[in-house]
Design a binder for this molecule. Structure first.
Ligand SMILES: Cc1cc2nc3c(=O)[nH]c(=O)nc-3n(C[C@H](O)[C@H](O)[C@H](O)COP(=O)(O)O)c2cc1C
Length: 180
């Protein structure tokens, strides 16, 4: 797929088909995530790949609004090790490092026709408990990974409407040339 088509095609997917995702596709996504840039190339990221139905069910109960994630065939939990990154003026770069890597993963998934959705609303401690994640590690985001369902659920339609997900701010409102 042309790179610009990947960018335009990527949309949050919240309704998934039950089909399994091929392991080589997951590996490709992870391989590309690790090619992303990071603070001093410290690569502070960790990715947990969850496929077991029992664990997916447990993880879906760590979030109220994203309960639908239990229907995904695979869930990726993106974590960062703050000790392996740095901060500047109170700004923690492990968040940036992991966000870039996860977005690489998302774009590669899009290129292969695989759906994803950034999930930021969850109970971090409950996720750590379920997955035995060490206390010093931060859970930054989750994403389901699966083929999009043929029809979208009512909930997905509602979320897209509430977030006006197809709309983007005008370029003139967000761009400043030379000075603010
Ligand atoms: C950091 C972050 C957290 C998000 N958390 C959630 C979430 O908890 N649940 C959800 O359904 N979507 C979540 N989203 C997806 C956004 O709602 C979505 O990206 C936005 O509405 C634009 O729609 P699009 O991704 O289809 O272009 C999140 C996105 C980002 C970047």
């Amino acid at each position: 797929m042309e790179f610009m088509d990947v960018i335009k095609l990527r949309k949050s997917t919240r309704s998934y088909a039950s089909d399994d995702i091929e392991d080589d596709k997951i590996e490709r996504m992870l391989h590309c995530a690790r090619l992303s840039p990071s603070w001093e190339n410290k690569q502070c990221w960790h990715f947990l790949v969850i496929k077991e139905k029992k664990t997916l069910d447990a993880l879906s109960r760590t979030t109220f609004i994203n309960r639908w994630i239990k229907n995904t065939p695979v869930l990726i939990v993106a974590c960062g090790n703050p000790k392996k990154s740095d901060s500047r003026d109170g700004m923690d770069y492990f968040l940036v490092d992991v966000a870039i890597a996860l977005e690489y993963l998302v774009l590669v998934a899009t290129d292969m026709g695989v759906g994803t959705c950034w999930i930021g609303s969850f109970n971090e401690q409950k996720i750590k408990d379920i997955l035995d994640i060490p206390q010093y590690i931060r859970v930054i985001a989750l994403t389901p990974v699966g083929y999009p369902a043929k029809t979208t659920t009512f909930k997905e339609k509602a979320i897209k409407m509430i977030t006006s997900s197809n709309q983007r701010k005008d370029i003139a409102k967000i761009t400043h040339y030379e000075k603010w």
